[in-house]
Write a new protein. Structure first.
Length: 459
């Protein structure tokens, strides 16, 4: 068995849904298949904007909702026609009516909680899967719409819920036994113990596919998107970037965390647990071999695997002579940031204990600065810690690869190449696994740094 997941760019209009349907039908002739589909490209963002506008009392959300409805209806009619699959069209109309009523409620109370937002954005997947399943049936193919809210049990952490794997796996196995044809399953959404709709976070459809695969004992999870596979670097910045034929689970997680648009990082959890390969494929170029993500990769001679980056970060340096040999300073720093719900992306500390360098998303930088000033105001006042200064407009670049482990000279080659290119490094961090070396540069040096490292190792 295999699980096939198609992202929003693969199902963005009627023509692309036809192409996806042809791929599904072709694969279903060879093996048992379960399919997970995202919302049409742009629909989730449009639904979020509708919710935000309704919360402000901005009636423009009604126009935006009308555009969403027209896009869904016209796609249905283009694919199926007005007279076939009438039950499915009625279901689509009912969902559009419910969505309109929910947004009206948000407008009336001028409040949209995370719980309400999860329900609103769930309509994207539910509508698109209804349309796709109906189209497949209209061609004589046995397909059944499956709402993953009945399959994936989560906690009530709306916006990014945590999965109860044991119960979810039980529900999935039971449902898949009941489905006679190919299940067309909504990605991204689940429900809590009270039956309230939850979401798994943005790009969570990948995660849904992996959960389905883990429960069903699938041989592979295929993630179908609009690129030929995982690339060695961002092709928009590095023209010589190429498709990597195979990477490890750990490399994929590192690349995903550091900004590469590979897959949802949580997708790895069921895959690693069940040792299920993940294959990244291109819907528009199905014959391309893609990228395999596996536990143990075939040995290769590339010193690094890929380069990723995180844009728009800020840096704060906590330093001062009063930090030397003083227990608990780091604990207070990170405790203050945790209370302020600041996610620290990267940390670098000198062995002298004189300074700690902290890197955050730029949008959280000012809040981080306020949190540190509150917690360490006495130390700043008595000059034991210097005044905090935030530096914005920065980028983290991460060099990743299994072959970096135990290989002398990788760091030296990276920073020699950057130095020869005149690029200033503001902070450096390396994990003990040796699989990742990250550094911070000014955003104006991003493209130059990416190309410099890529040319040094991969050309």
């Amino acid at each position: 068995m295999k699980v096939m997941k198609f992202g929003g760019s693969s199902v963005g209009n009627a023509e692309k849904i036809r192409l996806v349907a042809s791929i599904i039908k072709s694969e279903a002739q060879k093996t048992a298949v379960a399919v997970v589909l995202s919302a049409m490209k742009g629909i989730t963002d449009a639904l979020i904007l509708c919710a935000e506008s309704a919360e402000k009392g901005d009636l423009s959300y009604k126009t935006a909702l009308g555009k969403i409805a027209e896009r869904q209806r016209s796609t249905f009619i283009d694919l199926i026609g007005p007279d076939k699959e009438k039950d499915a069209f009625s279901s689509l109309e009912q969902m559009l009516f419910e969505l309109q009523e929910i947004l009206l409620g948000v407008q009336m109370v001028k409040e949209c909680s995370l719980r309400s937002l999860d329900l609103i954005v769930s309509f994207g997947e539910r509508m698109n899967n209804t349309v796709a399943a109906a189209y497949l049936r209209s061609t004589g193919f046995d397909a059944e719409f499956v709402d993953s809210r009945s399959l994936v049990l989560t906690d009530s952490s709306y916006g990014g819920a945590k999965v109860d794997y044991k119960e979810s796996y039980r529900r999935i196995r039971e449902k898949l036994k009941e489905v006679k044809g190919v299940p067309i399953i909504t990605g991204f959404i689940g429900s809590d113990s009270q039956g309230v709709t939850t979401t798994l976070g943005r790009n969570g459809s990948d995660f849904t596919a992996s959960i389905i695969a883990g429960a069903s004992g699938s041989d592979v999870v295929e993630i179908w998107t609009d690129v030929d596979g995982v690339l060695s670097a961002d092709p928009r910045s590095v023209k010589r970037a190429f498709v990597i034929p195979e990477i490890s689970y750990q490399e994929a997680m590192e690349l995903s965390y550091f900004g590469a648009e590979v897959i949802h990082p949580y997708t790895m959890i069921p895959a690693i647990e069940k040792n299920i390969p993940i294959l990244i494929k291109n819907t528009l170029n199905p014959s391309a071999p893609g990228t395999r993500i596996v536990k143990d990769i075939t040995p290769h001679n590339r010193p690094i695997t890929g380069i990723a980056s995180i844009k728009n970060v800020a840096l704060i340096n906590v330093e001062g002579s009063g930090m030397l040999g003083t227990p608990g300073i780091a604990s207070r720093v990170f405790g203050a940031l945790a209370l302020a719900e600041i996610n620290v992306i990267m940390i670098s500390q000198a062995s002298s204990e004189h300074s700690i360098c902290l890197v955050f998303r730029e949008v959280q930088g000012r809040c981080a600065l306020e949190a540190l000033n509150r917690e360490l105001s006495e130390q700043v006042k008595t000059k034991r810690i210097e005044n905090f200064v935030i530096r914005e407009g920065l980028e983290i670049i991460s060099v990743i690869g299994e072959n970096m482990i135990g290989t002398p000279g990788i760091a030296g080659k990276i920073f020699s190449a950057l130095g020869e290119s005149g690029i200033s490094i503001l902070a450096i961090a390396q994990g003990s696994s040796e699989r990742n070396i990250s550094f911070v540069v000014d955003k104006t040096d991003r493209d130059k740094a990416l190309n410099t490292v890529h040319d040094a190792f991969l050309v």
